[in-house]
Design a protein around this ligand. Structure first.
Ligand code: SF4
Length: 391
């Protein structure tokens, strides 16, 4: 892919309730609640908070059949309160829990590393015949879930985790991105054989390089096969604070810049609601989904002709609701016009305490006293028909 152009990988649309992933849909933002699945009210409240913050799909763990059955009450409580955010049941180890959950939610996430295998950490050399026999065993265990999802219109994520590959995969491919990809493709092939295609894939790892390589390899393998399923991106166990945000931004952002990814989850060791603004900020920075004003701001230096930090805050407060508008804020003209080539409007230091305003690359207002310049910028945006009142 060219380094100077951006093209999103073409994928089919997979419907998760009323929300489409892939196809022409924007890259979706999702998260996972941390409440105990048996605590119905806590799950409802956390999900409502996430939906309010802009989360479009919410995942809830279903470790047992009992938890999976409780998803019915959680879904009912949410719908009664007017919240239609689609729910995903997160399944590890328990096909029975998956079968129960598929009755109540819009999507099931399975982990191919442990759906039909409990890890024994055994070193086994599988002959080709034994490997095929293992796949047949998996087919038998996985088929009922695929059939139920197909019948009920439930989507499925085949979500591989680097840390939980099965013994079978580990022994054949090792602890590698290739093993991660093959593990997902084996399950996908079974689903396809049953003519079920509501699939989304993920290749999560806490090691960002492993994660990036696995997703790139997966995309290449899917394209080779002509399988256009959407991708769910995430760095697992990214941590908290600045470190967690940077790790997520690198992993998810790199892939978005490759044109990969149809839904993202930022995993932070914080309240789940804090993941949502980070997810939107990553999408905006990668140019994948624009939900707010885009600013180009110089870092300032000895040439800066006004107080740029204070002014930037005032400009953001006045214009932060203008979705998609690009505003450049430059301390002086040295790099100004070049750096702000993409901007719709520019606010540039012209002389000490004096501002010039630009429309695109063209200066249109000169030597405005700094105290009035933010208001004049707003006037200019209005004059050009780009202003909307804040909600
Ligand atoms: S635009 Fe001017 S003030 Fe800003 S960093 Fe560059 S030289 Fe310094």
């Amino acid at each position: 892919m060219s380094s100077s152009s951006f093209q999103r990988r073409v994928t089919r649309e997979v419907k998760v309730g009323n929300v489409g992933i892939g196809g022409e849909n924007p890259v979706r933002v999702q998260s996972m609640i941390t409440a105990d699945t048996m605590d119905t009210e806590a799950c409802i409240q956390e999900t409502l908070g996430l939906a309010e913050a802009g989360c479009e799909i919410v995942r809830i763990t279903a470790p047992t059949v009992k938890d999976a059955a409780n998803l019915q009450l959680i879904a009912k409580g949410l719908r009664e309160r007017g919240c239609n955010v689609p729910l995903v049941a997160d399944i590890h180890f328990k096909p029975d829990a998956a079968m129960e959950a598929a009755k109540w939610v819009e999507k099931i996430r399975i982990n191919p590393g442990n759906y039909a295998d409990s890890k024994k950490f055994k070193v086994l050399e599988y002959t080709d015949a034994e490997y095929v026999a293992e796949l047949e065993r998996i087919r038998e265990r996985f088929t009922p879930l695929v059939c139920l999802c197909k019948e009920r219109g439930v989507a499925m994520r085949i979500g591989t985790n680097h840390g939980s590959l099965s013994d079978r995969i580990m022994n054949r491919y090792g602890d590698t991105p290739l093993g991660m990809v093959e593990s997902a493709l084996e399950f996908a092939q079974i689903a396809r054989d049953l003519d079920y295609h509501e699939l989304v894939f993920s290749m999560k790892a806490s090691n960002v390089k492993v994660m990036i390589e696995a997703y790139r390899l997966l995309a290449a393998r899917l394209d080779e096969k002509g399988w256009n399923y959407p991708l769910h991106l995430g760095v697992t166990e990214a941590g908290d604070g600045e470190d967690g945000r940077i790790k997520s931004a690198i992993g998810i952002g790199s892939l978005l810049c490759d044109g990969l990814g149809d839904t993202i989850r930022v995993s932070l060791t914080e309240d789940s609601v804090k993941e949502i603004p980070v997810a939107y900020a990553i999408l905006q920075a990668a140019g994948s989904r624009i939900t707010k004003t885009e600013y180009t701001m110089c870092p300032s230096c000895g040439r800066t002709l006004y107080n740029i930090q204070e002014t930037s805050a005032r400009i953001k407060a006045a214009t932060g609701h203008l979705k998609g508008l690009k505003i450049a804020v430059m301390g002086c003209i040295v790099n100004g016009p070049g750096e702000m080539a993409d901007a719709d409007f520019g606010y540039v230091g012209g002389a000490p305490g004096k501002i010039n305003l630009y429309v695109g690359k063209t200066p249109v207002k000169f030597n405005i006293p700094q105290a009035e310049a933010v208001d004049r910028l707003v006037d200019l945006i209005r004059e050009h028909g780009r202003w909307t009142e804040p909600a």
